[in-house]
Design a protein around this ligand. Sequence first.
Ligand SMILES: [Zn+2]
Length: 354
Amino acid sequence: MIQDVAPLRFDNAFIPASPAVDDLVLDLSADGLLLLNGLPPTVEAWRKSPARQNAALLYAFRLTTEEDASPPRPASDTFRTASAVACSASEASDTARETEKGIADLPLPARETEKDAAAPGCASAPARETDAPSALLRRERPETRFFLVLRAGDSDAPTPDSWRRVAPRDLRTAPAPLPLVAATAAHLFRWYDTTRFCPRCASPLKHAEKERALACPSCGHILYPVIAPCVIVAVTHEDRLLLTRYARPGAKHLVLVAGFIEIGETAEQAAAREVMEETGLRIKNLRYQGSQPWGFSGSLVSAFSAELDGPDTIRLDTSELAEARWVRRADIPPCPALDSFTMHLIHRFARGEL
Ligand SMILES: [Zn+2]
């Protein structure tokens, strides 16, 4: 799954750092994440573009080796980018404007979940590239830090021929850790892009200096990054798994029951409610299977398995679903990747592990 980046370790704690020449730049636009030789460019390479020399960069996260638990490197004054910490969010998000189309295009969790099971099943997934993290490990240093572009300086800055932009979700099955890097970059970027003014008094927000937050200088209101919690449920009954397909146009693939957690309810309650709402089925023996960050849509997925409790007759919620049906273990076809928890659970069921 996208969060599996071992032997690297993902560290998302915020530090008020300035970038060094060998840190990597997360440059998002409507056309996707900027890549150079398959990776986000170094600050040094990225700065060579005249239009990017003075753009603000904000610390995003880092990847370290499993053994390395040392604190992040101290701030560097190599570039002017420390100003990103103190500048107005509304001023710093010029780049965001050019990405409105791209960000708006990011699908909702349920839709992503559907895509997850895009291959109509997961009986046998191909092996992932074994040297997946090596691209970053070859950098031969204990940590790789990533900085988010908050201001391009010139939205029409040309992209060199050797560079390319890739939609974050199109990197879902790229070698690790690129999927997690892309998803987290997309999540962070969208939050900064859509959070520029105080929701209480409409004043321009400023970046907090010591934490990942935006603060209103007028009324003191503080905003923290928004994560949308949702659930997916693998409902089983004897040798069958409950799979659904969304009713909206373009939804072709079978997925698990999924939905957002409502205010005031537990994840377990949300799981039971979503199954009842979408299929009219009751569940029992709900078991937590794990969670997954899904930054492509700004979500955190909590995954459950459950058993049918009562009659197996499906009452379809046609406002959401085109179909819901029980699929026998032997009838679940292979899937191409196991990047999501949806695929992971379907795959496990097909293997008799669920
Ligand atoms: Zn305010």
